[in-house]
Design a protein around this ligand. Sequence first.
Ligand code: PLP
Length: 500
Amino acid sequence: MPIKTVPTPQLIFEKSYPGRIGCNVPVCDTPEVDLQATLGDLREDLHLPEIGELDLLRHFTNLSHINYGIETGFYPLGSCTMKYNPKINEKTAALPGFANIHPMQPVETIPGALDILIGVQDMLSEITGFDHITLQPLAGAHGEMACLMLIKAYHEARGEGHRHTVFIPDSAHGTNPASAARCGYDVKSIPTDAEGNTDVAALEKALEGEGGKNIAAFMLTNPSTLGLFEPNIEKICQMVHAVGGQVFCDGANMNAMVGTTRPGDHGFDCMHLNLHKTFSTPHGGGGPGCGAIGLQKHLEPFLPVPVIRRNESGVVVADYTRPHSIGRVSAFYGQFLMEVRAYTYLRAYGKEQMAEISRHAVLNANYVRARLKDVLKPAHDRPCMHECILTAEKYKKEHGVRALDISKRLIDYGYHPPTNYFPMIVPECLMIEPTETEAKETLDAFCDAMIAICKEAVETPELLHDAPTTQIVGRLDETKAVKDLDVRWKFADTRQPVTV
Ligand SMILES: *Cc1c(COP(=O)(O)O)cnc(C)c1O
């Protein structure tokens, strides 16, 4: 396996020479203003790099090449669904009619935009099986919180505002307890059984007596963060409903189910989606997120405003007259241009092909699982959904190599590592989500690298402990980075004037 070392780039200050300039400013033909006198406290000691235009261009172009992204390589970061974001999404989002409208424009002037919003809502409604969708939440975690706010309003409207506990499985994503706490709820952890399912007996016990009286909601991820479909989902929903609780579905893993099965039919009351995962809008640095939510009829009165809906004559309106609404959860209509991208994606595939997305996502994850199972043990002995959860426990016990070391070594092989140590209930966990957009050759090359690294773990474990050694930064002190973060570059003027 060829390992290529990335040269350390020079910092822009190190390329700087006094007097070099990147542009030609014409000689001033108007009286010069004394900026210091006009503006007051201008800094005189601000060291800016002095560099020519071409060198500046090369500097930023080279930096951009060091950046790792879905468009440079395979990105198997579990739970994050790092799939390809088709370029056609960008084309439609850039159409002037979409890109140039202003959120303060009178609503009568944006019927086309409202059509896009209701189009996305209708398609998501059909995909999830929920009666109502709102596109307003700006991230997955924000969607979780919006759902809990709806649930809270629902309980209060029924005179059950005393319900103060939210149940969450011990495998859940960290945003779940954070959202519950943000809404003022106490969190109760529900264990996972040996097969990787919700421990139904433990849930039954937790719902007895006071537990059942005080439960506001159960937040359940399906497929779970163990990459497994929860087989008891209908029973769990019935159990929680029987004591007056609501059931929320963390739908960040919807990429495993699009077009094949619908959470709205499983008994859930509401769910969130990550359009920046399942529906191919960009992730993180690539653009703002969207955490659309779906809900059943009984939660509809509490929807955030504006509610985008068809009026009696079939005209799409933005409805603000909602006496029971929880209010706004974001400014204006949500991330409008992300909705344009999601609309494009949904229409480009169409209803018939939607199921192919999830089938291929599941197939790819099971392929990786099968190819790696002899070197990295799957956490559970059953087929996975869209991601596979493996454990490196054996290497830790026998060779002192941790999951983190394997991931760091993967960087040397040119790959973005999978998710590590999540879910927390799996020791030395590696969570691999290949997504449907990767070719078999890519999966094979990645699996070959993983197998080679596992061999190294046995024969030359020091290679893994030291990794990464080929990149511009080595192993960072993660504890210190959290406790004492300092990303400033300190200016030390070592520049020599150019002598001609
Ligand atoms: C990504 C994710 C979330 C949170 O989504 P954000 O958009 O990052 O806030 C919640 N739950 C699960 C299982 C996730 O994978």
